[in-house]
Write a protein that binds this ligand. Structure first.
Ligand SMILES: [Mn+2]
Length: 349
């Protein structure tokens, strides 16, 4: 760890300013990791940082996190890549298709916990697939570097670890627990409450209704097509929610945002690798990545008619069923039966 820290500090010392790129539509781990790297860069090398990404911070919780961090994201449209002497990347890697770093632009520092298909070409790279969150890796550097961690950053790192690991229960290792336990006393509990329980937009409820009413099942596979969504993160959240169904072992959710169809796949811990599986499901025209039990991806649906998009959605579900070797002809059943709906609907009128 000491050698890694000095290698990282010497990579940081090659410039005075660093642009930190996180994945599109950043989640709490991406945001907390970016702030942690910025803190380390400032504290150990006097480097000033900005954070950039494509897409948006959608979820109310993540917007609340931005407010607590007082983080002002630089819109990627305003970035002039050649003006930044240092480029860092956290919670993503160059060439994965889920971040704004242009192809051919090298990153100086890459820190991530997603398994890499190709080791990133960077002056400094630290990829630890055994870690539940990238924020844990960054926190270990901050501890080792003896940089003070302000309450807002401790809060963000704790929240990042809990969301990426479902409260340390999923895809996490001892380092995540140790970091969480060490930082929780420093975290601002009121701020954590504001992040965890934010006010929600009306769109949240209408998407939730669509998610449940359009949900279908086949054996232990559950899925839902959300149609147009306000923010891409809805697909992952819905997949997590559907996977909680007592009889289900797989959840696949799609949703459309701008020109893309976003897809999220979740499964229970076992022999499968959700990331590799989703890449097979989406085929060559899609981008996908992930861990053993969770994966995300997208395909472009630009210019496609409504019917064609629906056909693609259906095809994605059928491919998953085929790969999992369930019977191909077996029909999809609605999660909520028409009778159940009849009983529930508009009883207040
Ligand atoms: Mn992460």
């Amino acid at each position: 760890m000491a050698e890694r820290l000095s290698a990282l500090v010497s990579a940081l010392s090659r410039g005075r300013r660093m642009l930190i790129v996180v994945h599109d539509n950043p989640d709490p781990d991406a945001l907390a990791s970016a702030c942690a790297l910025a803190r380390l860069a400032r504290c150990r090398a006097g480097v000033r940082c900005r954070v950039t990404c494509d897409g948006m911070v959608g979820r109310a919780e993540n917007r609340a996190l931005l407010r607590e961090l007082r983080l002002n994201i630089l819109p990627v449209q305003n970035v002039r890549w050649t003006e930044w002497p240092l480029i860092g990347m956290v919670d993503s890697q160059p060439g994965t298709g889920n971040n704004a770093l242009p192809r051919g632009t090298p990153a100086d520092i890459v820190i991530d916990h997603h398994p890499s298909r190709v080791p990133p070409a960077a002056c400094f790279a630290d990829i630890r697939p055994g870690y539940g969150s990238t924020a844990t890796i960054l926190a270990e550097y901050l501890f080792r570097a003896k940089c003070a961690i302000p309450p807002a950053l401790a809060t963000a790192i704790c929240y990042a670890i809990s969301t990426d690991t479902q409260d340390l229960a999923r895809e996490s290792g001892p380092a995540d627990t140790e970091t969480f336990v060490r930082l929780y006393p420093l975290a601002d509990k009121k701020a954590l409450g504001r992040i965890r329980h934010p006010k929600l937009h009306h769109a949240y409820y209408s998407e939730l209704a669509r998610a449940v009413l359009s949900a279908f099942t086949h054996a232990n596979i559950i899925g839902s097509h959300l149609g147009p969504i306000a923010h891409p993160d809805s697909v992952a959240l819905t997949a997590d929610l559907l996977l909680q169904h007592e009889r289900m072992g797989w959840a696949l959710v799609t949703g459309r945002c701008r020109q893309d169809l976003y897809v999220s796949l979740r499964t229970l811990p076992g022999r499968h690798h959700a990331g590799a599986l989703l890449r097979r499901v989406l085929g060559s025209e899609g981008h996908a990545g992930g861990h053993g039990t969770m994966a995300g991806g997208r395909i472009s649906v630009a210019g496609l008619s409504e019917e064609k998009i629906e056909a693609r959605q259906k095809q994605i579900v059928l491919r998953l069923i085929r790969i999992l070797k369930r019977k191909e002809d077996a029909a999809l059943r609605p999660l909520i039966s028409p009778q159940e709906l009849d009983e529930a609907f508009y009883k207040f009128l």
